[in-house]
Design a protein around this ligand. Structure first.
Ligand SMILES: [Zn+2]
Length: 313
């Protein structure tokens, strides 16, 4: 669950929550002006593969849904790797029913987005800091080599003030796996199964707290796709809406748009909590809607030398 987003909405509603005391808000760390990535016509990424890797179903749709849609529109083949089983994120279901409901929602998200396949690693939700990071890393390296992943989208392993261990453990495992999957001495037994070394060359990292932002993706053209992705996380969004309503009730308040028909209430909440936030981010860069990332691209440090010195053989 994106607990911080719940706090932000609750704070906006005048509810006394931790958000007001800790200043929790996505903030860009000062640095050079970021590169603005606009939609590209055609399918320039045809043949390339990305993996969205998050501990929880809703992380990707909420923080990178517009970019996921953009990359898919531009020809990428996409996979979703969900690291936890999301057993803690429902309003009133039992733990077993919560696992199933979020598993079904994850299948729905993959279908709505047009992703090729989902891999659930099924570690226990809220407990990733008690799992061997090496184990998660090896599983990711296997998948990066198997799927020939070129690009990843995940939490920023260097984002500040992240309170959820699932987020930072996943981020650290992803970052290490990206380069170790290219090393012939890391888990060489995988090569006997037909896999080959393969490095991940592009990374889009998002964060809930302050991070170095060097890339802003214009998601104006994909904002409706993003809204549909978030809506597919029905169990989680319903939990956020009902939790917000409970907090409002405790203060003697009510937001009529969040009450009544659940689909309509979820839609209103998605607009208020996420799409309006993306609009505020976009306004900083003269865009209608935007998502911010710390982007790491391919290593070009030898390009000039190669251009000057390389011979055809
Ligand atoms: Zn999460």
């Amino acid at each position: 669950m994106v607990r911080r987003e719940f706090f932000k909405v609750a704070a906006a509603a005048g509810l006394g929550t931790a958000a007001q005391n800790t200043g929790m808000a996505q903030t860009a760390v000062a640095g050079p002006a970021p590169f603005i990535e606009h939609a590209t016509p055609g399918q320039p990424h045809k043949g390339k593969v990305f993996a969205l890797i998050t501990p929880h179903l809703d992380d990707g749709p909420i923080f990178a849904g517009g970019t996921v849609a953009k990359l898919l529109n531009e020809g990428y083949t996409g996979y979703f790797i969900r690291v936890s089983n999301d057993e803690k994120d429902s309003y009133s279901l039992t733990m077993g029913a919560t696992v199933l409901a979020n598993e079904q929602d994850a299948a729905h998200f993959v279908e709505v987005a047009g992703l090729k396949k989902r891999y659930d690693l099924h570690y226990r939700n809220h407990g990733l800091d008690d799992v061997s990071r090496m184990e998660i890393r090896v599983r990711l390296i296997f998948l990066f080599r198997l799927l020939k992943v070129d690009t990843v989208l995940s939490y920023d392993p260097w984002g500040h003030y992240e309170e959820n261990p699932d987020h930072y453990v996943t981020a650290q495992a992803v970052e290490a796996a990206c380069w170790m999957s290219a090393d012939h001495l890391d888990f060489p037994e995988q090569f006997d199964a037909g896999l080959k070394v393969h490095s991940v060359s592009e990374k889009y990292y998002f964060a809930r707290g302050p991070q170095m932002v060097n890339r802003v993706v214009d998601i104006g053209p994909t904002i409706r796709q993003k809204a549909a992705y978030i809506a597919s996380c029905r169990t989680m969004i319903t939990n956020m809406v009902k939790g917000t309503n409970d907090a409002l009730t405790a203060r003697g308040l009510r937001i009529s748009a969040f009450a009544g028909n659940q689909e309509a209430a979820n839609e209103a909440y998605i607009q208020a909590a996420f799409l309006d936030r993306d609009k505020r981010i976009g306004a900083k860069y003269g865009l209608e809607y935007a998502e911010e990332f710390h982007y790491i691209g391919p290593d070009r440090s030898l390009d000039d030398y190669i251009k000057t010195h390389a011979e055809h053989i």
